[in-house]
Design a protein around this ligand. Structure first.
Ligand SMILES: [Zn+2]
Ligand SMILES: [Zn+2]
Ligand SMILES: [Zn+2]
Ligand SMILES: [Zn+2]
Length: 366
């Protein structure tokens, strides 16, 4: 079995976590209610959030004051830089008008005006304005995604801010508007045309690892190194049973997504191909199966000693949900063991005791 995402992915985990939470909040499909009946079993970690990555209001105010001061000192310049209403552009203009036309206008507009446009989009992506923001975002995204003229060739002529805005609209990820995230113009274009992973902490060339599977070949923007085969989302959880790796093609799937979509079920043992059945994971990318018991055992043996109480309970819950429908004695025993330990921990059992108990259980299994 693959290493259970034991190593953090390339890039700083701190940054990653911030970006992850952004993606989870911003991605339009992340906000869609799941239409499955298994919602109650979903992991509560799905909505884990972290610190906002945007500059503080103080910094923005300081910048404005600085600009104000400059303008006061040079009255002529402030006249020159005043934006006539004919020159003004909106986010919708950027989403629908020709790259060179907008680019030319943007080059004439002051930085403050462009920053304001980015802030408008940031507010829309944050969605604090509720359904109105969401509607506006969907309008912008539809405009951008229905165009055929936005290609690597035409985007070379885009203004930097224009490109950032187009990428943010296309991906739904506001991090591309962040002043501290300085991807090269080329990288931004590649993200836009799905040649590079939109996950800023990953940024691999696509298809990742030159994979030729149907999914990597046909799903725009899918990255097999960091995204879930089923829901297309990424996060940076490591040392966990939250992600299942396919033994054969190495693509990843959220355990929750696999359970929800019925990709975890009983089947003939992977090793023997016949005989006793066991709980298996069927990979959506390659349609082949991987065994689960050995994988769970491996994750626990490597990672459990480092988990805190909350993590241990969460992981036991994952395992319990994976093995709930087991028919075989070993899978059933694991399910019962997890349920028993969860019950005891809710009753106050120390995590160290519970951890020792599950590791002893695994030691006694093959
Ligand atoms: Zn693939
Ligand atoms: Zn990626
Ligand atoms: Zn998923
Ligand atoms: Zn696979």
């Amino acid at each position: 079995m693959l290493p259970p995402r034991q190593q953090p992915r390339p890039g700083s985990l701190q940054t990653s976590l911030s970006l992850v939470s952004s993606e989870h909040r911003l991605s339009p499909d992340a906000q869609e209610p799941r239409s499955n009946s298994d919602n109650v079993h979903e992991s509560p970690t799905e909505s884990a959030s972290s610190q906002e990555t945007w500059p503080t209001a103080d910094a923005v105010t300081a910048k404005k004051m600085e600009n104000g001061k400059i303008e006061n000192d040079c009255p002529e310049q402030s006249v020159i830089r005043r934006v006539s209403s004919a020159d003004k552009i909106t986010l919708r203009d950027i989403a629908r008008e020709r790259v060179d036309v907008i680019s030319e206008k943007m080059h004439r507009l002051p930085d403050e005006f462009l920053d304001e446009l980015k802030n408008q989009l940031k507010a829309i992506l944050e969605g604090n304005g509720g359904s109105q923001n969401r509607e506006e975002f969907l309008i912008l995204q539809k405009l951008v995604q229905s165009r055929s003229d936005l290609t690597a060739k035409t985007l070379i002529r885009a203004h930097r801010a224009q490109l950032e805005i187009l990428v943010a609209i296309n991906t739904g990820i506001q991090a591309f508007l962040h002043p501290n995230i300085s991807l090269s113009q080329t990288s931004l274009i590649e993200v836009f045309v799905y040649k590079r992973c939109r996950n800023i902490a990953c940024q691999n060339q696509l298809p990742a690892d030159d994979c030729t599977c149907e999914l990597c070949a046909n799903r725009n923007g899918f990255c097999n190194l960091c995204m879930c085969v089923i829901c297309n989302k990424f996060d940076f959880e490591v040392n966990t049973c939250r992600w299942i790796g396919c033994d054969l093609c190495s693509h990843w799937t959220h355990t929750d997504c696999a359970i929800r979509d019925g990709q975890i079920c009983m089947g003939p043992s992977v090793k023997s191909g016949s005989g006793p059945t066991e709980m298996l994971f069927r990979c959506r990318a390659c349609n082949r199966t991987s065994e689960l018991f050995g994988w769970v055992k491996d994750v626990f043996q490597h990672c459990a000693p480092a988990w805190d109480r909350e993590a241990l309970m969460r992981e036991l819950d994952f395992v319990s949900r994976i093995f709930r429908g087991s028919d075989d004695p070993r899978g059933k025993k694991l399910f019962w063991k997890c349920e028993d330990l969860l019950e005891k921990m809710r009753g106050g059992q120390a995590e160290s005791t519970a951890c020792r108990s599950i590791l002893i259980f695994f030691q006694g299994t093959m």
